[in-house]
Design a binder for this molecule. Structure first.
Ligand SMILES: *Cc1c(COP(=O)(O)O)cnc(C)c1O
Length: 397
């Protein structure tokens, strides 16, 4: 997994690791990372096959749990997050499932932020309960509320920061302390910030979840995910679960995302700068009631965000005056933005959360989460910010 076989000098900067970490050249001497599209690997003799199967000698066996391209992706992302080990998975949801299946058992309890990805809520509230694992969802970022939700059986504390779509920022260090006092581990879904903007392990988290489908790929091509953390936590649990059960990342997808990591910081920095420009314009527009963007001083957790993140990120939510009618008009008048729920793409996407991503929760739950009928979520891409501003202005009066 993360034992690199091509030694790099120590103490390299993140920009260097993003293009250099994880390379293990074949005898062909290829410069770009090789794509190993093969399900299995051959052994020189029966003895060596037996040794590899038993894990007594290192090397590839079968691509469900060992593939050189997937290993290159794992080593590179681990280097970028400052993690000892990375387990790549088929999707972000497969990463969260593998973490839970690998580390939890019947009778265990999860404390989770209520402001997390919808499918994660479903996984915790609907599927894990069938196996005797209960979840308490916490509203808001006050660590006291998190402490109150802890039980003796709590094994895992889970959050996303900034949250979707309200960009609420959670104090990773403070919530890690609550988790550790209660003998639990903190897992942070670092999908929105990526290691380019935020390093959860340095801030006190134990585990990181990624949906590689988003910024890590960055161009909306493939699905992927990852669980990162200490080898002592992951090897006998999440990795062994993946080896047995198979929610593995394909070599092709690993190759695409591996190349995506090389440009991650350049893309995320540029997309964040565009998001800041767009959110400043939105905040000054008379048709806009309110803007939620962690990079604006008006954001309720702006100071925390600036301590924890290198910038505000590329997700902006704003509420227009006039509810659903105005929100839909603004969305329908855009000619550049893509009307889609995905995010993390170089192409700007625009969403009406109340009727799409958050349409299946009750009106009361939506109101409690601040998701009004006038709310629009933007995932800002790499287009010219001036073109985006013009595009958003088309339907505003
Ligand atoms: C998309 C997303 C996921 C799930 O990832 P998939 O790759 O779609 O399975 C998890 N968490 C967050 C924050 C996401 O945005």
């Amino acid at each position: 997994m993360t034992d690199s076989r091509t030694p790099l000098p120590p103490d390299l900067q993140p920009e260097t690791l993003a293009v250099r970490a994880g390379i293990d050249r074949s005898h062909h001497g290829e410069h770009s990372e090789g794509l190993f599209l093969t399900s299995s690997f051959v052994f020189p003799n029966a003895h060596e096959a037996a040794e590899r199967f038993q894990g007594r000698t290192p090397g590839n066996v079968y691509s469900r749990f060992t593939n050189p391209t997937v290993t290159a992706f794992e080593e590179r992302l681990a280097a970028m997050e400052g993690a000892e080990m990375c387990v790549a998975t088929a999707s972000g949801m497969a990463a969260i499932l593998s973490m839970c299946m690998g580390m939890l058992k019947s009778g265990d309890h999860i404390v989770s932020s209520g402001s997390i990805f919808g499918s994660t809520v479903n996984l915790f509230a609907k599927w894990l309960t069938r196996f005797g694992i209960e979840t308490t969802f916490v509203a808001g970022q006050d660590p006291a509320a998190w402490r109150a939700a802890m039980r003796p059986a709590t094994r895992l504390v889970y959050l996303e920061t900034p949250s979707n779509p309200m960009t609420e920022v959670f104090d990773i260090g403070a919530i890690a302390q609550v988790a550790h006092e209660g003998g639990a581990l903190l897992a942070v879904d670092n999908c929105f910030c990526t290691p380019a903007l935020q390093k959860p392990l340095e801030l006190g988290a134990d585990l990181i979840i990624h949906s590689a489908t988003k910024y890590l790929d960055g161009q909306g091509r493939v699905l992927g995910g990852a669980v990162l953390g200490p080898k002592a936590l992951l090897h006998d649990t999440v990795y062994q679960f993946l080896r047995t059960a198979g929610p593995s990342m394909s070599a092709f997808n690993a190759w695409v995302v591996l190349k995506g990591l090389e440009t991650l910081k350049v893309r995320v920095d540029a997309q964040s700068a565009n998001a800041l420009a767009v959110s400043r314009w939105l905040e000054a527009h008379p048709a806009v009631e309110r803007v939620w963007y962690p990079g604006l001083p008006s954001h309720p957790q702006h100071a925390l965000a600036m301590r924890q993140q290198r910038s505000g990120g590329a997700i902006v939510s704003f509420e227009v005056k006039g509810g659903r009618e105005t929100a839909w008009r603004v969305i329908d008048h855009t000619q550049v933005c893509s009307i889609t729920a995905n995010l993390g793409d170089t192409k700007t996407t625009i969403t009406h959360p109340a009727t799409t991503t958050h349409g299946r929760i009750s009106a009361d739950e939506r109101a409690a989460a601040g998701i009004t009928e006038g709310l629009i979520r933007l995932a800002v891409g790499l287009e010219s910010p001036q073109d985006l501003i013009t595009d958003l202005g088309r339907g505003m009066r």
